[in-house]
Design a protein around this ligand. Structure first.
Ligand code: NDP
Ligand code: ZN
Length: 355
């Protein structure tokens, strides 16, 4: 079978591999819709998770079940499914501690395009199908559905971890598809004022539709100063980080009120200096005693999470298809879609490939 792979850091190309084999509780799935992620770009071109050879990329997919193992109860060949980006081993120790995305070590629930072939293939393998697949509801468009496996799940986690109270003021740093989903999540959690930080015009438009009340351009001066000034010196109750480089925590922590939560879902591909660090501002963090919590998380996966996100779409709480700005048709267009994600032109939020 054919797949779009990271050949080595900095090089991506088509390769041929054997079709994966199916374990007794697993499934083999054919893609129906695929979307490249910014994480694929960090992985393939920036080496953010280290060197990988001939690893098939991609972890955002809807699919059609092609084969199931003898122990799978709820799925059969022909079923249309949502495939979470994160597919934990649900019987592991980390799950019992309440951290399913971290099974088997840090970020270990993230298997596709990390340490196992991803979904940018004619067929891909899903472990523990009954726990890691969800039925795609009839009537959900592919453009909307393909945002669930990672964008909505990660963006909403940013809002969930930010412990947003009704009426709270929230800043979302970064308005790519993850940050936009965090804005929608913050609104669903009851935020009052929502600052959206970013510049790409297509994203600014959707940020307003999803609930942003103020748009901040980080190129117009220090972001923390702009937001502190706009709040009359108070700062915000919660900050969600969904973009920016290693220095972004400086802004985020500074703009938080005492007692605020800084919720990070950003992927730090690089640190600063010999110690490869991400700096925290000493005074802005209340010299370490201002009750400003920094919380992090990897996208939640699994069946129940996907079913709940599907309810959000089915019952009209938000429309994720607004983020699908570029639609490609056919498996062979996948490389073009991935390269577009790398370039990030101003009219792009997310490319989607329909098969
Ligand atoms: P995008 O690249 O599409 O968006 C990044 C956003 O950050 C853009 O709006 C960009 O602004 C903004 N930005 C850049 N620099 C700054 C700055 N200094 N201050 C504030 N904003 C800034 O990324 P995605 O939305 O696709 O992904 C966001 C991050 O989430 C990535 O790092 C990705 O790897 C990570 N991720 C994490 C996951 C997890 O499980 N935790 C899962 C999936 C993704 P502009 O509008 O000007 O371009
Ligand atoms: Zn991703």
């Amino acid at each position: 079978m054919k797949g779009l792979a990271m050949l080595r850091i900095g090089e991506v190309g088509w390769i041929e591999k054997d079709r994966p084999s199916c374990g007794s509780r697993d499934a083999i799935v054919k893609p129906l819709a695929l979307a490249p992620c910014t994480s694929d770009i960090h992985t393939a071109w920036e080496g953010a998770i280290g060197e990988r050879h001939n690893l098939i990329l991609g972890h955002e997919a809807l699919g059609i079940v092609d084969e199931v193992g003898s122990g799978v109860k709820d799925f059969k060949p022909g079923d249309r499914v949502i495939v979470p980006a994160i597919t934990p081993d649900w019987d592991s120790e980390a799950v019992q501690r309440g951290f399913p995305s971290q099974t088997g070590g840090p970020l270990g629930g993230w298997k596709f395009s990390n340490f196992k072939d991803g979904v940018f293939a004619e067929f891909f393998h899903v472990n523990l199908a009954d726990s890691n697949l969800a039925h795609l509801p009839d009537g959900m468009t592919l453009e909307a559905g393909v945002m669930l496996p990672d964008m909505l799940s990660t963006g909403f986690l940013g809002a969930e971890n930010a412990r947003i109270e009704i009426g709270a003021t929230v800043a979302v740093l970064g308005i790519g598809p993850v940050g936009l989903s965090s804005i929608a999540g913050a609104k669903l959690r009851g935020a009052g004022r929502i600052f959206a930080v970013g510049t790409r015009p297509a994203a600014v438009k959707v940020a307003k539709k999803y609930g942003a009340t103020d748009i901040i351009d980080y190129r117009n001066g220090n972001t923390a100063e702009q937001i502190i000034e706009a709040t009359g010196g108070a700062g915000v109750d919660a900050v969600i980080i969904a973009g920016g480089g290693a220095e972004i925590l400086m802004d985020a922590v500074t703009m938080g009120k005492p007692g605020s939560v800084i919720s990070n879902v950003n992927y730090f591909g690089k640190g600063i200096g010999d110690r490869d660090s991400i700096p925290i501002p000493r005074a802005g963090w209340g010299v370490g005693m201002a009750d400003k919590d920094i919380v992090t998380g990897l996208c939640p996966g699994g069946r129940v999470r996907m079913e709940r996100l599907a309810e959000i779409v089915t019952y009209g709480r938000m429309d994720p298809s607004l983020m699908a700005t570029h639609i490609f048709k056919g498996f062979d267009t996948l490389k073009e879609a991935l390269l577009l994600m790398k370039e990030k032109p101003g009219d792009l939020i997310k490319p989607v490939v329909l098969l």
